[in-house]
Design a protein around this ligand. Structure first.
Ligand SMILES: [Zn+2]
Length: 432
C-alpha cells in the first residue's frame, strides 16, 4: 500500500510508461505496472514526470517590485542598479515578505521547489536579510530557500559594505556573496574575492559570487575565484554566477582558465534571460551575446546550472518563475539544439542546479524525496519546446499545486474539435 502512485509516466532519462510509488514522503518504487494500491493515483499517460526545478540564482528581495519607484528607462544593468538604490531606502520588511511569498506561490505553481536567492546587504538596516530569513522559515514546508549575503554596492566600495555583509552572516544568512567587477578597481575586486573566500573558509560556508558580469574581456575575477577556492580548500563549494566576460575573452586565455576552474570544481551559474538582455549594450554591430561558454564548460566536466536571476524587478521587467523559460532561452543563446544538448540543458535546471545547491535526497530514484512535477509534455525535448502546464506538483509525497491541461477547442469545419498541445504535436523522434 502506497500513499501515492503516479501511473504510466515518462521520465527525463527516456524511460516510458513507468509507475512511481510514494510512501512516507519518499519515492518507494519505480517500476513498470507496479502491482500495488495507493491512497491516491494519478494517471500520467504520455506525460513527463521530473524532479522539481531548482533555481540556483535569484533576487527575491527585488522580485515583483517592477515600477517601484519608477521604471528602468534605458533598460541597462547600471540604471537597474541605480534604480534599486532609489528603491532600497523605501523598503519595508512587511512589503519584502509579502512580495517574496507571492513569488514563492508562483514558483510552486511552476514546479520550482528550490531557490537560491541573493540578499542585498548594502543597506545597513538589513531589512532585506530580516525579511528573507523570515520568508525562508515560512516557505520551508514547500520551498528549499537558500540565502546569499550579497554586497550589491561593492564589499569595499559601499561605506558599510564589509560590516553589513558580516552582520548578515551573523544573522544566519548561510552563503557568502560578492561582486568583484563592481568594486572601484580591478585590484579591489581581486582583494574582495580573497577576503570573502577567507570569510567563507573561516565560517565554514559556501561561496556564490556575481563574477565578471561584464563584456570586458580583461575582467578576470573568475581566475582569482578559482585560485582562492583551491587555496582555502573550498573545492565544489564555490559558485561563479554570470561569468559573462568569458564570452569576450581571448581563446588562448580561456584554454588555461577552464582547467583552473575545473581544478577548483567551480559551479558555473549563467543566467540566460538576463545575460542576453543586459550584455553587449556598448556594442553596435557585431553585437555580443554575453553568454558564458556553456558548451565548453560542460565538456570540461564543470557543473553548469542556469538561474532565473530576476522576475519583474529593476533589472528585468519580464519573467514568470518558470525555469523552462530560462532553459528555452539557454538553448537559443548557446545554440545547443541537438537531442543530447537538450538533455544537458534540462539537467542544468534540475539535477545540476540541485548539485550546485547541495540539495540532499534530490532525484528520481528509490529513496529520494518524493518531490515531483508532472508536465503536459511527452519528454524533455517537448517540455523545453512547449514550456507546458505543470499538471501536478508534488512535495514530500503530497500534491501542492495543480494546473489543468491546456486544451484548445477548435470551431472549424472538417478539423478536430480540440487539440492537446502536449500530446497532439509530438515529433516522430520523440516518445510515442
Ligand atoms: Zn544576480
Amino acid at each position: 500500500m502506497f500513499d501515492l502512485i503516479i501511473r504510466n509516466a515518462n521520465l527525463p532519462d527516456g524511460r516510458l510508461g513507468v509507475d512511481v510509488g510514494v510512501k512516507g514522503g519518499k519515492i518507494a518504487a519505480i517500476e513498470m505496472a507496479l502491482a500495488a494500491t495507493a491512497g491516491e493515483e494519478i494517471d500520467a499517460t504520455g506525460r513527463l514526470l521530473s524532479p522539481p526545478f531548482c533555481d540556483p540564482h535569484f533576487h527575491m528581495d527585488a522580485t515583483l517590485s517592477l515600477g517601484l519607484p519608477r521604471m528602468n528607462v534605458s533598460g541597462t544593468l547600471l540604471e537597474g542598479i541605480a534604480l534599486w538604490g532609489e528603491l532600497r531606502p523605501m523598503l519595508t520588511k512587511e512589503a519584502l515578505v509579502a512580495r517574496a511569498l507571492r513569488y514563492c506561490d508562483l514558483a510552486v505553481s511552476q514546479g520550482l521547489l528550490a531557490i537560491r536567492s541573493h540578499v542585498d546587504t548594502s543597506d545597513p538596516r538589513l531589512v532585506t536579510a530580516e525579511a528573507l530569513l523570515e520568508v525562508k522559515e515560512k516557505v520551508a514546508p514547500y520551498i528549499d530557500l537558500q540565502l546569499v549575503a550579497f554586497p550589491q554596492d561593492g564589499y569595499f566600495r559601499a561605506a558599510d559594505g564589509e560590516a553589513s555583509l558580516n552582520r548578515a552572516l551573523d544573522m544566519g544568512i548561510g552563503i557568502v556573496g560578492g561582486i568583484p567587477h563592481f568594486e572601484r578597481t580591478m585590484e579591489d575586486g581581486t582583494r574582495s574575492v580573497e577576503v570573502l573566500c577567507r570569510i567563507a573558509a573561516d565560517r565554514g560556508l559556501p561561496v556564490d559570487m556575481h563574477c565578471d558580469e561584464t563584456d570586458d574581456p580583461m575582467s578576470r575575477h573568475i581566475e582569482t575565484l578559482a585560485a582562492q577556492t583551491v587555496r582555502f580548500g573550498l573545492q565544489g563549494r564555490v559558485a561563479g554566477s554570470h561569468l559573462t566576460s568569458m564570452h569576450s575573452m581571448d581563446n588562448y586565455y580561456v584554454s588555461k582558465l577552464i582547467p583552473l576552474m575545473a581544478e577548483a570544481e567551480i559551479n558555473v551559474i549563467p543566467n540566460p534571460l538576463i545575460n542576453i538582455m543586459l550584455q553587449g549594450r556598448h556594442d553596435t554591430y557585431p553585437k555580443r551575446r554575453g553568454m558564458t561558454r556553456v558548451r565548453e564548460l560542460m565538456a570540461a566536466g564543470l557543473n553548469v546550472s542556469f538561474g532565473h536571476d530576476c522576475v519583474m524587478d529593476p533589472w528585468y521587467s519580464m519573467g514568470s518563475g518558470d525555469m523552462l523559460e530560462v532553459a528555452h532561452m539557454a538553448i537559443h543563446v548557446t545554440q545547443m539544439g541537438g537531442i543530447e544538448d537538450k538533455r544537458k540543458i534540462f539537467d542544468a535546471i534540475t539535477v545540476n542546479a540541485a548539485k550546485t545547491m547541495g540539495l540532499e535526497g534530490y532525484g528520481l530514484d528509490v529513496g529520494c524525496k518524493a518531490d515531483l512535477v508532472l508536465m503536459q509534455a511527452a519528454d524533455v525535448s517537448e517540455a523545453l519546446r512547449l514550456k507546458p502546464n505543470r499538471l501536478c506538483v508534488v512535495k514530500d509525497g503530497k500534491v501542492i499545486a495543480r494546473t489543468a491541461p491546456r486544451i484548445s477547442e477548435l470551431l472549424l469545419d472538417g478539423r478536430p474539435a480540440s487539440i492537446d498541445i502536449g500530446l497532439d504535436y509530438i515529433p516522430q523522434t520523440s516518445a510515442p
